[in-house]
Unconditional design. Structure first.
Length: 477
């Protein structure tokens, strides 16, 4: 049986280059801030303070602190990657090596130049090593682990950690100044821009080897449309973790999505509702009753009340903004469950620049059409029920209006016993450049049959099952 190499394996030399270059430049960037003398980034303040206290070099302290933070991952149940371990050592070594050859300048203009160069280089280094996808740094894992354990927002947990390390470092003698403020205000936008710049592109799946079983590839390659939007750029059928993998009992929680990402899923499906005070909650039902320990309509409750609810008795309901921030490389299929959530969702996508990471869907065709009107061609949308019906009628040769701006159609395999997905439907969709994604498929035999038919994506509650089916077919990427 032919097994295609994973696209990230085919990009391994580039990814390794980005990882090692990014981590090295990160250490260099911290050294530039040190020599500038106008203030360090939060962990740099702490490490400089410990260096002053212990007499160890800053690089050595960085390695020791990184290793200590990594040990905290054990009770937090975080999984280090190859890049995590490299981060511990390479940043510290590069920091000491740069400090050894770079003197501290006297002129104020030179110090400002070092500060600005350090901040910009730090953003570039962050984009390089994160885009390599070898695992988060030790301090990032500490943040996400505490987020899972405490239920606090990612932003709140990160802010708390950084305030603590800055205050501790300052008391120990670390440098806090204008550079610290400039770093805090600019590192987020810089890192986001460099992440896009250094993103490792997906490599198209190679053609099957001679003798490979035809049923595994023929339908998929013969009629699959060219992706009409960057959101759909993926080498092979799109595997979606439906609500993060609802079969695990923790649907639409950060823990479920983290498990799916750890399993290799890039596409995550969720739903959004708007709370009474305007917060986008990632939650399927209109009420909390079914899957949490609380009750009430989300639209009638403030976020402070929704945030107290626990899915499966332990997991908090996440804000969608937190999910975008926590999983920066994930692509999200978002079902807008109620009209009031639409404009806030589009505003969040605009504010975070997540146009290539979100596809907006809804059962209401008028809702997704309005989303398309407001978001323009930058926004990926699917069809609502009326759009699906129009496409079904056209597949039978009947005249029916269909919206031309959608990039995909997302449908059940059948509805009320009537088949929705068949060869006619696929031909009609592919002729219009639309991908066909089928939900929610949990039986491996049905997964295989749909892939043989030529569907472009499958949404499942059983993330391990779908991954195994695609791996067996050489289509997991």
């Amino acid at each position: 049986m032919f097994h295609a190499p994973r696209p990230h394996a085919r990009r391994l030399p580039r990814r390794l280059f980005q990882l090692f270059t990014g981590l090295t430049l990160y250490g260099v960037s911290v050294a530039l801030l040190v020599r500038g003398g106008l203030g360090l980034e939060p962990w740099g303040v702490f490490q400089q303070g410990l260096s002053e206290l212990t007499g160890l070099t800053m690089g050595t302290v960085s390695i020791v602190v990184g290793a200590a933070v990594l040990l905290l991952w054990i009770p937090l149940r975080q999984r280090p990657g190859f890049g995590t371990v490299c981060n511990v050592f390479l940043v510290g070594l590069a920091l000491d090596a740069t400090l050894a050859v770079l003197p501290a300048p006297e002129p104020p203009a030179a110090r400002v130049a070092l500060m600005i160069s350090g901040v910009v280089l730090n953003g570039a280094a962050t984009g390089l090593y994160i885009a390599a996808r070898f695992g988060p740094g030790p301090r990032d894992g500490l943040m996400t682990g505490l987020h899972q354990v405490t239920g606090g927002s990612v932003r709140l947990v990160r802010t708390g950690i950084e305030v603590l390390v800055v205050a501790s470092g300052f008391l120990l003698g670390g440098t806090v100044g204008i550079g610290t403020v400039v770093y805090a205000l600019s590192i987020g936008p810089l890192a986001q821009w460099f992440l896009r710049l250094f993103a490792v592109p997906a490599t198209p799946a190679p053609a099957p080897a001679p003798g490979a079983r035809r049923r595994h590839t023929a339908s998929v390659t013969a009629s699959a449309p060219v992706a009409r939007h960057p959101y759909l750029d993926h080498p092979g059928p799109l595997p979606f973790a439906h609500r993060g993998g609802a079969a695990g009992g923790r649907e639409n929680t950060a823990a479920a999505f983290a498990e799916a990402v750890a399993a290799g899923y890039r596409y995550l499906e969720t739903d959004v509702h708007l709370t009474a005070d305007g917060v986008l909650a990632a939650f399927h039902d209109p009420t909390l009753d079914r899957v949490t320990d609380r009750a009430g309509r989300i639209a009638d409750l403030p976020w402070s009340e929704v945030a107290r609810a626990r899915v499966a008795g332990s997991e908090p309901v996440p804000r969608f903004e937190e999910l975008l921030e926590r999983f920066p490389e994930a692509r999200w299929n978002v079902d807008v469950k109620a009209e009031p959530a639409l404009v806030p969702l589009l505003e969040l996508i605009r504010r975070t620049g997540a146009w290539d990471r979100v596809c907006v869907g809804s059962f209401s065709e008028s809702r997704v059409a309005r989303a398309q009107h407001l978001g323009g061609p930058r926004l990926a949308t699917s069809y609502g029920i009326r759009g699906v019906l129009g496409l079904r009628l056209r597949s039978w040769g009947l005249p029916a209006p269909v919206r031309g701006s959608a990039v995909c159609v997302q449908v059940p395999e059948s509805q009320y016993g009537v088949p929705v997905v068949d060869r006619r439907f696929l031909r009609a969709a592919h002729a219009r450049g639309l991908q066909v994604h089928v939900w929610t498929v949990n039986d491996p035999r049905r997964m295989a049959a749909l892939l043989d038919l030529g569907v472009d994506g499958i949404m499942t509650d059983h993330i391990g099952t779908l991954r195994n089916v695609l791996r067996d077919r050489g289509q997991w990427a």
